[in-house]
Write a protein that binds this ligand. Structure first.
Ligand SMILES: Nc1ncnc2c1ncn2[C@@H]1O[C@H](COP(=O)(O)OP(=O)(O)OP(=O)(O)O)[C@@H](O)[C@H]1O
Length: 259
């Protein structure tokens, strides 16, 4: 159990993430234009947009790194920019690059977030081992990042993000640097873990396949970020080739890209 009093879990009935009529300007540039959406607890939502669609800006707003020019951003009912400290244990992020520390072994990298949150020493090692095993890396605990493949490093990075037991996992293009086969395997392993532990996940990608495979709901964004299409893939959309293609084409059409 985490003994640090500052980081007690946040309890609320509100959606995990709420974006309500949000605008974000950077000088003359509009990054987000009247964007509204929510992510329910335990839901996996994919954010799909072309480059420059404001996906990173939306992520920064949710992480509390900046505040909107107008509109409301809420995470578990709180303002992430104002309640940054209270939400430290609530949100974890998996990035496009693994961001592992090269001088730490795999297990020591997983331990990092737990150390920052002042978990007890014995608990830190135990949880890190547990999560490495969950991402199928139990045997790689003592290897350094340069001894691991790209897919393995990304698994370590995801174990690190999940080890602090966050309510919400934000995944920012975290499979896009990997080859197709590695990315597919990791994607299905990670979505299985997210569903098993009933995490809320906002998954940012520009790959239509990734979104259909992983998400309960897909939000297709135009640039500047505004909602163009919202779809909920069914299990058949994933398993039936024709249905998959139909949905793929519909999303590609909304995005204005060739499928
Ligand atoms: N700090 C900033 N200062 C000025 N302009 C910014 C800033 N951050 C983002 N922008 C602009 O806002 C728009 C949206 O950028 P953002 O990085 O959020 O898009 P994105 O969808 O994440 O793009 P990508 O897929 O390429 O990462 C772009 O036009 C970008 O140049």
């Amino acid at each position: 159990m985490n003994m640090h009093a500052d980081f007690s879990p946040v309890e609320t009935q509100e959606p995990a993430i709420l974006i309500d009529q949000v605008n974000k300007q950077f000088g003359a540039v509009t990054a987000i234009e009247n964007l509204s959406f929510h992510v329910n607890r335990g839901e996996i939502v994919s954010f799909l947009g072309r480059t420059g669609a404001g996906k990173s800006t939306a992520l920064n707003l949710i992480m509390g790194n900046m505040s909107p020019t107008s509109g409301r951003v809420r995470v578990m009912g709180m303002d992430p920019n104002k309640d940054f400290r209270k939400l430290r244990r609530t949100i974890s992020v998996g990035f496009q690059t693994d961001r592992l520390l090269p001088w730490r072994t795999a297990i020591e990298n997983v331990e990092l977030g737990l150390q920052i949150l002042h978990y007890h020493k014995a608990e830190i090692r135990e949880k890190a081992r547990e999560w490495l095993a969950r991402v199928n890396l139990a045997d790689a605990a003592d290897l350094y990042p340069h001894e691991l493949s790209g897919g393995m490093r990304q698994r370590v990075s995801l174990a690190r993000a999940l080890a602090i037991d966050p309510e919400i996992l934000l995944l920012d293009e975290c499979f896009s640097q990997l080859d197709h086969v590695t990315s597919q395997t990791l994607r299905s392993d990670v979505s299985a873990v997210i569903r098993e532990y009933r995490k809320t996940c906002l998954f940012i990608t520009h790959r239509i396949d990734d979104a259909i495979e992983m998400a309960d709901r897909i939000l297709v964004l135009g640039a500047p970020a505004r909602l163009l299409l919202e779809v909920s893939p069914t299990p058949e959309d994933r398993t039936d080739h024709d249905k998959f293609q139909l949905l793929h084409d519909k999303i590609a059409d909304a995005l204005g890209v060739d499928s």
